[in-house]
Design a protein around this ligand. Structure first.
Ligand SMILES: *Cc1c(COP(=O)(O)O)cnc(C)c1O
Length: 473
């Protein structure tokens, strides 16, 4: 909690004395825009508090006009609500900071249908209590060939649930090369600690051999865990034990093998050059007892954690009290179910936005980048700004902390600018009515057409033209 502001009166001559009162600043905001309502006073108070802190840190007292402008922006953001829609021109398809996979229109309709009363946990045939995941889990099994399936809130919860169910109070073997931090404070050793198991580190950072695992197995061992590195790659003198080798050891020792795949793909894109290790059905075929992965990465669906594997292992997870703590809400469940149906119907690559973006042919992306450049030329001419963008080949990324080395051929509209600077331009784009998030690279502004939708091009063109025109360097 923030400390309460001091009620002490600043001394004579203290620049804090020149700050306006909350009522005066809030009143000015409401005179400018009466629709700000309750947000005017909240924003005024926050802005004055920030100004007092800046002054206490040795800064000058801000002018009334700049306080008013900053407070007005703060109030407008409050009224607009969060999360705010943005336009993703970064070329990072599953952008973690921008909400990962964008949801399909059909998925939102499904969520709308589930928003009121539904048969969420009601069996319409018997009139008795029903299972929240009935039907949805069946679709996931159909898609992957898994014996059983379960779903929770996110993949961190899925991993915690699986490890706790399979090995509570016992030892879990993990390669030192896989003790990763995924970002957003997800670290394997800490998750294992929270799951109530003891981590046994196997091998070295760069090299782990099958014998290392075999030697680490003891009477206390409960589980062999493999974690996809997701956000980095190792090169040089490296040796990783692959899933097949771990499965063989599991069979020999009677230990279950769990793989955290991270970003799992339910479609088989291996023939298009996509990595083997993302393909979920393939991981099960190799013989993992359980695999887990995220719903909002390469699956293209809602935030969720999917668990697939042996019937007994999955049934034990369902019975674990943590499963209740991690359970999916009805809107997520509806979106997940819609996503699985789209995959089963063969509509996924046209209807699920992330999958469509990842697979769109480069020529089509190039055509969109060219349409963006033409729209920009029109806007720039109308605004009287002289700027000649290029359309250039570039590389888009999957994102979501997955497949860091996997590049997708893409095209971007590229702008160079000195006044305003490219960084200033990118900052102004973030202040557009619908903020545009661009990439700054090699001294230029890149607007990658792979993550842009056709109906966003005019808004991007307008935002770039007005960012170039705005006064100030
Ligand atoms: C992304 C990721 C996670 C975390 O998944 P969330 O759905 O964000 O909780 C866990 N493990 C791996 C390997 C990942 O890539």
């Amino acid at each position: 909690m923030a400390r309460r502001p001091s009620r002490e009166q600043p001394a004579q001559g203290d620049p804090r004395r020149s700050l306006p009162g909350v009522d005066r600043l809030a009143g000015a905001l409401l005179d400018g825009d009466a629709t700000l309502g309750w947000a005017a006073a909240v924003a005024a108070r926050a802005e004055l508090e920030a100004a007092r802190e800046a002054i206490a840190g040795g800064g000058p007292a801000p002018a009334f006009e700049s306080l008013e402008a900053a407070a007005a922006a703060r109030a407008r953001a409050l009224v607009a609500g969060r999360p705010r829609r943005v336009i993703n021109a970064t070329g990072i398809v599953v952008h973690t900071n921008l909400g990962r996979a964008p949801l399909a229109a059909g998925a939102l309709d499904a969520a709308g249908r589930a928003a009121g009363y539904s048969d969420l946990e009601f069996d319409l045939r018997t009139g008795q209590r029903g299972n929240r995941l009935a039907g949805t889990a069946d679709k996931l099994q159909l898609l992957t060939g898994a014996e059983a399936a379960f779903a929770v809130n996110n993949n961190a919860a899925a991993l915690l649930l699986a490890v706790n169910t399979l090995a509570a109070g016992r030892e879990v073997l993990v390669s030192r090369g896989e003790l990763v931090e995924i970002g957003g404070s997800f670290r394997i050793p800490e998750i294992l600690g929270a799951a109530g198991v003891r981590l046994v580190e196997v091998g070295t950072t760069n090299r782990t051999h099958p014998e290392d695992y075999a030697r680490a197995v003891g009477p206390e061992t409960g589980l062999i865990l493999k974690v996809h590195r997701s956000n980095f790659e190792q090169r040089g003198f490296v040796r990783e034990v692959d899933l097949g080798e771990l499965v063989a050891l599991g069979h020999k020792t009677g230990l279950p093998v769990l793989e955290d795949v991270g970003s799992g793909l339910l479609l088989d894109w291996r023939e298009h050059g996509w990595p083997e290790e993302s393909h979920i059905a393939g991981r099960l075929r190799i013989g993992a007892d359980v695999v887990c992965f995220s719903g909002d990465k390469l699956l293209g669906g809602p935030q969720a954690g999917l668990l697939l594997g042996r019937v007994d292992a999955i049934a034990a997870m369902r019975r674990n009290p943590l499963a209740r703590a991690f359970r999916l809400d009805k809107l997520t469940l509806a979106i997940l179910d819609w996503t699985f149906s789209a995959l089963l119907d063969g509509r996924a690559e046209t209807e699920i936005p992330a999958l469509r973006m990842l697979r769109e042919a480069p020529e089509r992306v190039r055509a969109r980048a060219e349409r963006l450049a033409r729209a920009f030329d029109r806007e720039a001419a109308a605004a009287g700004v002289a700027s000649t963008p290029r359309v250039e080949a570039c590389e888009a990324l999957v994102g979501g902390g997955s497949l860091p080395e996997f590049r997708i051929a893409s095209w971007a509209m590229v702008l160079e600018s000195t006044a305003p600077s490219v960084d200033r331009l990118a900052a102004r784009l973030r202040e557009a009515p619908v903020p545009v998030i661009a990439r700054v690279d090699r001294g230029a502004l890149w607007l990658d057409a792979r993550t842009l939708a056709d109906d966003e091009l005019d808004a991007v063109a307008t935002a770039v033209a007005s960012a170039l025109k705005a006064p100030g360097g």
